[in-house]
Design a protein around this ligand. Structure first.
Ligand SMILES: NC(=O)c1ccc[n+]([C@@H]2O[C@H](COP(=O)([O-])OP(=O)(O)OC[C@H]3O[C@@H](n4cnc5c(N)ncnc54)[C@H](OP(=O)(O)O)[C@@H]3O)[C@@H](O)[C@H]2O)c1
Length: 178
């Protein structure tokens, strides 16, 4: 059962995985995704992000953004979950746990929140904090890497909403979580 406070916002995941369920290679490399993604063209990301006002991401995903050489989320409120990140980056707030994060998002008037990062998605699922997941599956098996999903102490029932076939063999499915 959730131990986090009531929330006044909706949460969505929009993430890409290999067919065997990895969001990155073991070292965080995304080459398998970016090369195909560039060839695929529109994968719905622009439409998705247009509805988002706030992003929350795990520390590892935040650290990946710091290798891009530019800040990709200009104009959006961004919170990073970390028990130990010490940052003076003006683009983000750092929250130490989910209860503090929910408190911050309620107070800041967040409405549509994008949740990003494998461990963070797993935390949200365990606490019953996710409303919708869109997974874009790339036609590749990586064999090993960073998993999107992990162990659960109970089943989580999903309601299938849509599945679309995109260019370059990507398949995109959206599920609601009750
Ligand atoms: N394929 C895609 O679409 C996609 C999307 C996003 C990310 N990625 C890739 O996935 C990798 C990152 O994913 P990841 O699973 O390793 O990590 P992540 O979820 O981005 O970050 C994990 C870290 O976030 C913090 N965290 C997570 N849940 C927390 C909680 N409930 N309370 C406090 N802190 C919490 C912890 O930081 P501390 O250890 O500091 O406490 C934890 O070590 C990167 O390589 C990234 O590029 C891929």
């Amino acid at each position: 059962m959730s131990t986090t406070p009531q929330r006044s916002f909706r949460t969505r995941v929009f993430i890409a995985t290999s067919l065997d369920g990895f969001i990155a290679r073991p070292d965080g490399n995304l080459d398998w995704l970016t090369e195909r993604g560039e060839k695929a063209g529109d994968t719905g990301y622009d439409a998705f992000i247009a509805d988002i006002d706030t992003i929350v991401m795990g520390r590892n995903t935040y650290e990946k953004t710091q290798t891009f050489g530019f800040w990709p989320y200009e104009g959006l409120n961004v919170s990073v979950l970390s028990t130990r990140l010490d940052s003076d980056d003006p683009n983000i707030t750092v929250e130490r746990d989910l209860a503090a994060l929910v408190h911050h998002l309620n107070a800041s008037g967040a409405a549509n929140v994008y949740v990003d990062g494998g461990q963070l998605v797993q935390s949200f699922l365990r606490e019953g904090l996710l409303d919708e997941i869109t997974i874009t599956t790339a036609p590749v098996l990586l064999g090993s890497g960073i998993s999107l999903f992990g162990a659960l102490d109970h089943d989580i029932e999903l309601e299938h909403r849509t599945t679309t076939t995109l260019a370059e063999g990507f398949v995109q499915s959206t599920y609601a979580i009750n």
